[in-house]
Write a protein that binds this ligand. Structure first.
Ligand SMILES: [Zn+2]
Length: 296
Protein backbone atom coordinates (compact mmCIF):
# COMPACT_ATOMS: atom_id res chain seq x y z
CA UNK A 1 0.00 0.00 0.00
CA UNK A 2 2.30 2.63 -1.24
CA UNK A 3 -0.09 5.55 -0.91
CA UNK A 4 -2.61 4.63 1.75
CA UNK A 5 -3.56 5.99 5.12
CA UNK A 6 -5.12 3.61 7.64
CA UNK A 7 -8.66 4.05 6.29
CA UNK A 8 -7.59 3.61 2.66
CA UNK A 9 -5.60 0.54 3.68
CA UNK A 10 -8.74 -1.04 5.17
CA UNK A 11 -10.69 -0.30 1.99
CA UNK A 12 -7.92 -1.62 -0.24
CA UNK A 13 -7.51 -4.79 1.81
CA UNK A 14 -11.23 -5.41 1.39
CA UNK A 15 -11.09 -4.95 -2.38
CA UNK A 16 -8.06 -7.31 -2.49
CA UNK A 17 -10.20 -10.00 -0.85
CA UNK A 18 -8.74 -9.87 2.65
CA UNK A 19 -10.95 -10.23 5.74
CA UNK A 20 -9.05 -7.53 7.61
CA UNK A 21 -5.78 -5.66 7.85
CA UNK A 22 -3.14 -5.24 10.53
CA UNK A 23 -2.44 -1.53 10.79
CA UNK A 24 0.55 0.22 12.29
CA UNK A 25 -0.02 1.87 15.64
CA UNK A 26 1.87 5.02 14.62
CA UNK A 27 -0.22 5.40 11.47
CA UNK A 28 -3.40 5.14 13.47
CA UNK A 29 -2.16 7.89 15.81
CA UNK A 30 -1.15 10.21 12.97
CA UNK A 31 -4.49 9.64 11.23
CA UNK A 32 -6.48 10.19 14.43
CA UNK A 33 -4.63 13.45 15.11
CA UNK A 34 -5.11 14.85 11.63
CA UNK A 35 -8.47 13.41 10.59
CA UNK A 36 -10.40 12.37 13.70
CA UNK A 37 -13.39 11.44 11.56
CA UNK A 38 -11.35 8.71 9.85
CA UNK A 39 -11.67 6.45 12.88
CA UNK A 40 -15.45 6.51 12.52
CA UNK A 41 -15.07 5.76 8.81
CA UNK A 42 -12.89 2.73 9.56
CA UNK A 43 -15.50 1.60 12.06
CA UNK A 44 -18.50 1.81 9.75
CA UNK A 45 -16.66 0.45 6.70
CA UNK A 46 -15.37 -2.55 8.68
CA UNK A 47 -18.78 -3.24 10.18
CA UNK A 48 -20.52 -3.05 6.81
CA UNK A 49 -18.02 -5.48 5.31
CA UNK A 50 -17.52 -7.66 8.40
CA UNK A 51 -13.81 -7.00 8.52
CA UNK A 52 -11.72 -7.93 11.53
CA UNK A 53 -8.76 -5.57 11.73
CA UNK A 54 -5.89 -5.40 14.16
CA UNK A 55 -3.14 -3.02 15.22
CA UNK A 56 0.56 -3.85 15.42
CA UNK A 57 2.28 -1.88 18.12
CA UNK A 58 5.09 0.44 17.08
CA UNK A 59 8.68 -0.78 16.89
CA UNK A 60 9.95 2.59 18.05
CA UNK A 61 11.02 3.60 21.52
CA UNK A 62 10.09 4.23 24.27
CA UNK A 63 9.73 0.60 25.21
CA UNK A 64 7.06 -0.91 27.45
CA UNK A 65 9.75 -2.87 29.29
CA UNK A 66 12.10 0.09 29.74
CA UNK A 67 14.28 0.10 32.83
CA UNK A 68 13.68 3.81 33.04
CA UNK A 69 10.31 4.09 34.81
CA UNK A 70 9.54 7.40 33.13
CA UNK A 71 10.07 5.91 29.67
CA UNK A 72 8.05 2.83 30.57
CA UNK A 73 5.14 5.02 31.68
CA UNK A 74 5.29 7.04 28.46
CA UNK A 75 5.21 3.83 26.42
CA UNK A 76 2.19 2.55 28.36
CA UNK A 77 0.36 5.87 28.07
CA UNK A 78 0.89 5.90 24.30
CA UNK A 79 -0.57 2.38 24.17
CA UNK A 80 -3.61 3.37 26.25
CA UNK A 81 -4.30 6.19 23.78
CA UNK A 82 -4.07 3.58 21.00
CA UNK A 83 -6.73 1.54 22.80
CA UNK A 84 -9.02 4.59 22.83
CA UNK A 85 -8.51 5.01 19.08
CA UNK A 86 -9.10 1.29 18.54
CA UNK A 87 -12.40 1.52 20.37
CA UNK A 88 -13.47 4.42 18.12
CA UNK A 89 -12.46 2.44 15.03
CA UNK A 90 -13.89 -0.87 16.39
CA UNK A 91 -10.53 -2.64 16.03
CA UNK A 92 -10.59 -5.70 18.28
CA UNK A 93 -6.90 -6.66 18.63
CA UNK A 94 -3.57 -5.07 19.46
CA UNK A 95 -0.41 -7.07 18.80
CA UNK A 96 2.69 -6.28 20.82
CA UNK A 97 6.15 -7.63 21.47
CA UNK A 98 7.64 -7.38 24.96
CA UNK A 99 9.83 -4.50 23.82
CA UNK A 100 10.37 -1.86 21.18
CA UNK A 101 13.97 -1.13 20.41
CA UNK A 102 14.06 0.71 17.14
CA UNK A 103 15.79 4.10 17.52
CA UNK A 104 13.56 7.14 17.17
CA UNK A 105 15.19 8.35 13.94
CA UNK A 106 13.12 5.78 12.05
CA UNK A 107 9.99 7.53 13.30
CA UNK A 108 7.11 8.08 10.89
CA UNK A 109 5.76 11.58 10.83
CA UNK A 110 3.04 11.22 8.23
CA UNK A 111 -0.33 9.57 8.39
CA UNK A 112 0.21 7.75 5.11
CA UNK A 113 2.18 4.65 4.30
CA UNK A 114 4.29 5.49 1.25
CA UNK A 115 7.35 4.29 -0.59
CA UNK A 116 9.39 6.19 2.02
CA UNK A 117 7.89 3.91 4.62
CA UNK A 118 9.20 0.86 2.81
CA UNK A 119 12.62 2.48 2.57
CA UNK A 120 12.45 3.03 6.32
CA UNK A 121 11.21 -0.52 6.88
CA UNK A 122 14.03 -2.01 4.84
CA UNK A 123 16.52 0.20 6.67
CA UNK A 124 14.97 -1.18 9.84
CA UNK A 125 15.50 -4.74 8.62
CA UNK A 126 19.15 -3.95 7.79
CA UNK A 127 19.54 -2.30 11.17
CA UNK A 128 18.22 -5.45 12.86
CA UNK A 129 20.55 -7.67 10.86
CA UNK A 130 23.43 -5.91 12.59
CA UNK A 131 21.90 -5.29 15.97
CA UNK A 132 19.88 -8.49 16.64
CA UNK A 133 22.67 -10.59 18.23
CA UNK A 134 23.76 -7.67 20.43
CA UNK A 135 20.20 -6.99 21.40
CA UNK A 136 19.62 -10.60 22.31
CA UNK A 137 22.78 -10.72 24.45
CA UNK A 138 21.75 -7.53 26.22
CA UNK A 139 18.25 -8.83 26.85
CA UNK A 140 19.61 -12.13 28.12
CA UNK A 141 21.80 -10.40 30.68
CA UNK A 142 18.84 -8.33 31.98
CA UNK A 143 16.17 -11.00 31.38
CA UNK A 144 14.46 -11.10 34.78
CA UNK A 145 14.23 -7.34 35.21
CA UNK A 146 12.98 -6.74 31.67
CA UNK A 147 10.43 -9.51 32.05
CA UNK A 148 9.11 -7.97 35.27
CA UNK A 149 8.85 -4.53 33.65
CA UNK A 150 7.07 -6.01 30.67
CA UNK A 151 4.58 -7.93 32.82
CA UNK A 152 3.82 -4.77 34.78
CA UNK A 153 3.09 -2.89 31.55
CA UNK A 154 1.15 -5.78 30.06
CA UNK A 155 -1.16 -5.97 33.06
CA UNK A 156 -1.77 -2.20 32.85
CA UNK A 157 -2.52 -2.44 29.12
CA UNK A 158 -4.67 -5.58 29.49
CA UNK A 159 -6.55 -4.01 32.43
CA UNK A 160 -7.33 -0.85 30.47
CA UNK A 161 -8.52 -2.78 27.42
CA UNK A 162 -10.72 -5.14 29.42
CA UNK A 163 -13.82 -2.98 29.15
CA UNK A 164 -13.03 -1.54 25.74
CA UNK A 165 -15.19 -2.74 22.92
CA UNK A 166 -13.75 -3.72 19.52
CA UNK A 167 -15.84 -5.25 16.75
CA UNK A 168 -17.93 -8.25 17.93
CA UNK A 169 -15.77 -8.65 21.04
CA UNK A 170 -13.89 -6.73 23.67
CA UNK A 171 -10.39 -5.66 22.75
CA UNK A 172 -7.82 -8.42 23.03
CA UNK A 173 -4.11 -8.00 23.57
CA UNK A 174 -1.78 -10.29 21.63
CA UNK A 175 1.66 -10.99 23.05
CA UNK A 176 3.74 -11.91 20.01
CA UNK A 177 7.09 -13.67 20.12
CA UNK A 178 10.25 -11.91 18.88
CA UNK A 179 13.46 -13.62 17.84
CA UNK A 180 15.69 -11.11 19.64
CA UNK A 181 13.87 -11.65 22.89
CA UNK A 182 14.88 -13.78 25.84
CA UNK A 183 11.56 -13.83 27.56
CA UNK A 184 9.81 -16.92 28.85
CA UNK A 185 6.66 -17.06 26.71
CA UNK A 186 4.93 -19.19 29.32
CA UNK A 187 5.28 -16.42 31.93
CA UNK A 188 1.89 -15.02 30.93
CA UNK A 189 -1.22 -16.89 32.04
CA UNK A 190 -3.04 -16.36 28.74
CA UNK A 191 -6.79 -16.12 29.06
CA UNK A 192 -6.78 -16.14 32.84
CA UNK A 193 -7.22 -13.61 35.67
CA UNK A 194 -5.75 -10.21 34.90
CA UNK A 195 -4.59 -11.61 31.56
CA UNK A 196 -8.04 -12.93 30.62
CA UNK A 197 -8.02 -10.87 27.40
CA UNK A 198 -4.40 -11.67 26.49
CA UNK A 199 -3.71 -14.26 23.81
CA UNK A 200 -0.48 -15.66 22.45
CA UNK A 201 0.94 -14.47 19.14
CA UNK A 202 2.75 -17.05 17.01
CA UNK A 203 4.85 -15.89 14.06
CA UNK A 204 6.35 -18.48 11.72
CA UNK A 205 9.41 -16.34 10.89
CA UNK A 206 10.22 -15.34 14.47
CA UNK A 207 9.63 -18.95 15.52
CA UNK A 208 12.15 -20.33 13.01
CA UNK A 209 14.83 -17.72 13.75
CA UNK A 210 14.33 -17.92 17.51
CA UNK A 211 14.34 -21.70 17.89
CA UNK A 212 16.26 -22.76 14.77
CA UNK A 213 13.40 -25.00 13.67
CA UNK A 214 9.82 -24.92 12.50
CA UNK A 215 7.48 -25.45 15.40
CA UNK A 216 4.45 -27.63 14.73
CA UNK A 217 2.50 -25.90 17.57
CA UNK A 218 1.50 -29.26 19.04
CA UNK A 219 2.51 -27.91 22.48
CA UNK A 220 0.67 -24.62 22.11
CA UNK A 221 -2.90 -24.33 23.29
CA UNK A 222 -5.26 -21.88 21.63
CA UNK A 223 -6.52 -19.43 20.86
CA UNK A 224 -3.58 -17.82 19.06
CA UNK A 225 -3.05 -14.80 16.81
CA UNK A 226 -1.20 -16.25 13.84
CA UNK A 227 1.32 -14.46 11.62
CA UNK A 228 2.25 -16.54 8.58
CA UNK A 229 5.41 -15.12 7.04
CA UNK A 230 8.54 -16.53 5.44
CA UNK A 231 12.14 -15.72 6.27
CA UNK A 232 15.69 -16.49 5.15
CA UNK A 233 16.15 -18.00 8.64
CA UNK A 234 18.34 -15.18 9.98
CA UNK A 235 16.23 -12.06 10.03
CA UNK A 236 12.53 -11.18 9.92
CA UNK A 237 12.75 -10.00 6.30
CA UNK A 238 9.00 -10.36 5.59
CA UNK A 239 9.33 -12.64 2.57
CA UNK A 240 6.57 -13.89 0.35
CA UNK A 241 5.36 -17.29 1.54
CA UNK A 242 7.19 -20.07 -0.28
CA UNK A 243 10.35 -18.07 -1.02
CA UNK A 244 12.14 -18.71 2.28
CA UNK A 245 12.92 -21.50 4.73
CA UNK A 246 9.66 -21.86 6.67
CA UNK A 247 7.79 -25.13 6.09
CA UNK A 248 4.13 -24.39 6.65
CA UNK A 249 2.60 -27.90 6.46
CA UNK A 250 2.80 -29.01 10.10
CA UNK A 251 1.96 -25.66 11.57
CA UNK A 252 -1.07 -25.25 9.29
CA UNK A 253 -2.18 -28.77 10.05
CA UNK A 254 -2.20 -28.03 13.80
CA UNK A 255 -3.81 -24.64 13.41
CA UNK A 256 -6.64 -26.14 11.35
CA UNK A 257 -7.14 -29.45 13.12
CA UNK A 258 -7.06 -27.98 16.63
CA UNK A 259 -8.84 -24.77 15.62
CA UNK A 260 -6.17 -22.54 17.18
CA UNK A 261 -7.45 -19.62 15.10
CA UNK A 262 -9.74 -18.93 12.17
CA UNK A 263 -7.62 -16.06 10.88
CA UNK A 264 -4.20 -16.09 9.28
CA UNK A 265 -2.41 -12.74 9.17
CA UNK A 266 0.10 -12.24 6.36
CA UNK A 267 3.06 -9.98 7.06
CA UNK A 268 4.66 -8.90 3.83
CA UNK A 269 6.73 -5.90 2.88
CA UNK A 270 4.52 -4.85 -0.05
CA UNK A 271 0.96 -5.25 -1.28
CA UNK A 272 2.18 -7.34 -4.20
CA UNK A 273 4.05 -9.71 -1.92
CA UNK A 274 0.94 -10.01 0.30
CA UNK A 275 -1.21 -10.92 -2.71
CA UNK A 276 1.33 -13.54 -3.85
CA UNK A 277 1.51 -14.97 -0.32
CA UNK A 278 -2.28 -15.18 -0.25
CA UNK A 279 -2.35 -17.33 -3.40
CA UNK A 280 0.34 -19.67 -2.05
CA UNK A 281 -1.31 -19.90 1.36
CA UNK A 282 -4.74 -20.66 -0.09
CA UNK A 283 -3.21 -23.55 -2.05
CA UNK A 284 -1.49 -24.86 1.11
CA UNK A 285 -4.75 -24.70 3.05
CA UNK A 286 -6.63 -26.51 0.27
CA UNK A 287 -3.98 -29.24 0.21
CA UNK A 288 -4.16 -29.54 4.00
CA UNK A 289 -7.94 -30.00 3.79
CA UNK A 290 -7.46 -32.86 1.34
CA UNK A 291 -4.84 -34.48 3.60
CA UNK A 292 -7.18 -34.18 6.61
CA UNK A 293 -10.18 -35.57 4.78
CA UNK A 294 -8.30 -38.59 3.37
CA UNK A 295 -6.74 -39.43 6.75
CA UNK A 296 -10.11 -39.56 8.50
ZN1 LIG B 1 4.73 -11.02 13.29
Amino acid sequence: MTFANAFEAVRLAHSDGFAGVELSEDHLHRLAERKPNALRLIRSFSQDHRMINSIHKTLLRPSIDSENENQRRLAVQYTLRTLDYMESAAIPRIVLHSFTDMPAFFELRGERANSGLYAIASQGIKFYRVIAPLLKAHRKSRAQKLQNNFLKSLSEIAGYSQDKRGYRSNIQVVFEEHYSDCIDYECVSYGKGKFSNVIRGIDTAHQLIRTGKDNDLSEVSGPIHFHAVDTDGWIDDHRTIGTGRVRFDNVLSNVMRRKLTETVVLENGTRRSALESKVVLEALIRRQRVVESTSM
